[in-house]
Design a protein around this ligand. Sequence first.
Ligand SMILES: *[C@@H]1O[C@H](CO)[C@@H](O)[C@H](O)[C@H]1NC(C)=O
Ligand SMILES: *[C@@H]1O[C@H](CO)[C@@H](O)[C@H](O)[C@H]1NC(C)=O
Length: 433
Amino acid sequence: MHTAIALILFCTLALSKKNGMFIGLDNLPKQPFEYRMGSNEDNPNRAPVIFCGGLSGGALMFKKDNLQDTPTLCTKSSDDFYQGWINTGLLVPKITQPCLFHEIEPVFVNGSVQSKPGITVVPKDYGGHEGVTYIGTTALTGINIGGYAISLFNYLADKAGYKFGEDLRGANYDWRLGPKEYSRPNGDYHNFKNLIEETYNKNSNKRVHLIGHSLGGCYIQTFLTTYVSQEWKDKYVSSLISLAGSYLGAPMAAIEMATGTSFGIPMFDKDGVKRVMRKMGGAAWMLPTPNDEVMYITPKRNYTNSQLKEFFQDMKSPETFEIYQNEMEFGEKTKAPSVPVYCMYGVGSPTVTAAKMPEADAPTNIDVDEIIKQDGDETVPFYSLSACDAFANNQDQNKYPVVVDRFKGVTHRGIVSDAKILERVLNIVTSNK
Ligand SMILES: *[C@@H]1O[C@H](CO)[C@@H](O)[C@H](O)[C@H]1NC(C)=O
Ligand SMILES: *[C@@H]1O[C@H](CO)[C@@H](O)[C@H](O)[C@H]1NC(C)=O
């Protein structure tokens, strides 16, 4: 059924737009967006907030200029930027999906994960909200789909009078890359630093709360530990609010790089996704920290979390291990950020620790046989989530306290919209600290 809908969208699109399969954002009708849910609360104690999403949790804009080796039916150039991640027009199996995979797949050149020559990828609506409140759009009508941080944004606007793009902002980033790329001159961290300074300046010099979900927590933590000085942090940052930060990675990342994933989109070609994931610095960054636990079981042999090199070799993707090493050289995911930290995460849910598959490079059309041995938030094991607590051992608790809140039964994805978490976040960001 989804395919049918997408096909209809696609056909109408192909007939009506000069770019063929793709349309530019400026062709989309502007979505009227009701962001305050009712009350006219205007809490004077509110401090500015910037949100960073997780892996694939940010809308990306693409622009093509003579992209090479494009699959049949895909255009090589676009007149303008269009929403590449994700837009329903790019989901038609065998027709537009191969274009999406070709466009979004990064390359690893000269020790750096980057976009292919001929395509520019930038985060959508940097500093606004559209890149993180919803991740997708419909191709034809430009309606937001794939709601992500929208509940959190609406809640803060409704309860305390936050204004989108002013004191409540999205710092969307290119989640296909990793910390090494973010730290380059004019990389994502350069923009992030400017955004924080600008937000502070525009909001009566009030220090900014940085909220990170999942990979977003690591994105912020590594920024704070490698990119800026203590003096800078003391001046601009009020706290890191870490929602399910996966500081020691997760076996799930390795399993998905082996077996593909559909990102919850039923019509996705998992083979295409798998190919792309194996090139992503962000996915490599989330690989489990080495330990002796078995994370992948095959009839021939098992792989522990310390055997990623053999794992990717047997998967016929040795480059993925190089990408992993390349990102890991950069920063240390357990280093204390030396700002006040609120660690929030779910516990009490059975969490995948290993998969049992016929071979390392498993076919994607079979169900993953999951082995569950640990507690966590379904996706990330407790040992990785609770690495956040350990920041307390390595930073001055009087100056930079670490506060831990565990939420029973709250899942990795659910944490960004759970009522208990929204309330807790509201209390922190309006506490006038
Ligand atoms: C890689 O490095 C070589 C040699 O320094 C250089 O000529 C080439 O342009 C680089 N390629 C990219 C994509 O940066
Ligand atoms: C792989 O792990 C499974 C489950 O822990 C175990 O039963 C099996 O004997 C192991 N296989 C090998 C070859 O070590």
